[in-house]
Each structure stands twice: as structure tokens, then as C-alpha cells.
Design a protein around this ligand. Sequence first.
Ligand code: ZN
Length: 280
Amino acid sequence: MSRKVIITVAPTGSIPTRKDTPYLPIRTEEVAQETRRAYEAGAAVVHLHARNPDTGGPSSDIEVFRDYLAAIRSCCPIITQITTGGGATTLGLSPEERLKPVEELRPDSASLNAGSMNFGRKLFSNTPDIMEAFTRRMKELKVMPEFEVYDLSMIQNVDYWIRRTGILAPPYQFSCVMGVMGGIPPTFKNLLAMKESLSTGDSWQAIGIGRHQIPMVTMGVLLGGNVRVGFEDNVYLEKGVLAKSNAELVEKMGRIIRELGFEVATVEDAREIIPLLNRT
Ligand code: ZN
């Protein structure tokens, strides 16, 4: 049987605006609808950032996250992941504020940024102390951390501060983020280097920013990884053509996965492929 590839959808992120695409979901019902459509198109995981329902800008409001999760859970069984980084650079959140939605709402998974960097023009601070504290707390809460690595050095950070110290038993889940300004450039050679730096037994997904989304995630599939698509990373279906929904990007990725001879993982498949998701 061919390998099953997990598609994560990231429907909003904290950066795109309605000026970038009029199809950006912001209000709870829009985010839930988009997530359900993406689930029906083959997404097994949703990665969420909160948006202020009035301004559309990024938000750290736990009640927004609470509403999103409730609405999503009532319309589809997709695996839920919430950010602990989004808005850190734009809203100036403290580490405690970044972790609070995870503490209160206990999604299946949460992102855990594995190092400090210049994220565009802003400092994105993720010191070893923050990484360790987030990992310990997520372990207690039985929320799976997904280590977001924006460069090779961040894979080393996870190995040095988390794996070596035994704070959390492996295997780990990684996102190799290709193409954030300040992170590793999105080239095939660099994605190969990222993949080869991961430890045997860990699982990972490729993320590509902007026009690099489909090339990077397609190479991720060929290298044995999973994929993330969605408006957080890219709003175009093809050159000059906006995707009308996140589901269109998921459908496109599903077609590519099947054309390459693989299968698209269901929610049940994803829970088998990433056993750490089942610790609750
Ligand atoms: Zn995110």
C-alpha cells in the first residue's frame, strides 16, 4: 500500500489581510466553514491563529480561539492545532500570553517555535528557556508540540535543549518552514538539508511561503514528509490567480499527492502516523 500523506490546512495565519485576498476567513463561522471545506477536500489537521472579528487583524483573545474550536468541532472531526507564536511579533505578547490558549483550551497539538530569529523586520524571541517551558507544559497538558524550524540551527536547538535533556521523549513532530524572510531560503537543496538533519523516527511536514508553497511541499512529499497549505503561507492557486478558498489549495495538493502515487491521509490515518497525538 502506498504511503499516506497528511495535509494540514492553515486557513488564516496572522499576516494576510483582506487586501491580499478577499477570501480570507476571519469571523468564527467563516473559519469553521473554511475548515470544514478543507477537511472535506482532504485536510486532516487545522493550524489556527485568532483574528479580531471587527478589525480582521491578529488577536490573542482566548475567547476567539474558544469560539473557533467549538465551531470547528461541531462541524468536523479534524485534528486541531493552535499557534503559540502567531502575533508574538505583531502583538508583542509575552511567552505566558502565547501559551495561555493552549493551557485553557487543550487542542490536540500546538506549534512550538524552536529558536529566535528575525521574522521579517521583527525579532521573534524563542530562547531555550521559552522552548523548555513550553515543552514541559505541553507535555503536562498532553498537547503535542509541533516544533517549527525555520533554519538548520533550530533542528539543532531541539536536539540540544529537548532531546538531549529528555524533557520530552521522542519521536517528535517538526514543521520545516521554508522561505520566511530571516529563515532558511526556499530551495530544494536547503529542504533536503533540513530533512537530512532530522532524527530517524521523527515525523515532519514541509511548509513553503508564497510562490514557493507548492514546489516546497511537493518536494516534501517526495522526501517522505507531510505537507501544509493554506492562506497563512500562500493565497494563490496559481500564478496571478487567487485561491477562492483554502479548500482549493487542499484539493490541488491532494491531486498532486495522488498523481505522485501516494494517498491522502484521513484524520484516523493521521492519528496512526503521528502516535504522539493520541496521548490524551
Ligand atoms: Zn501559524
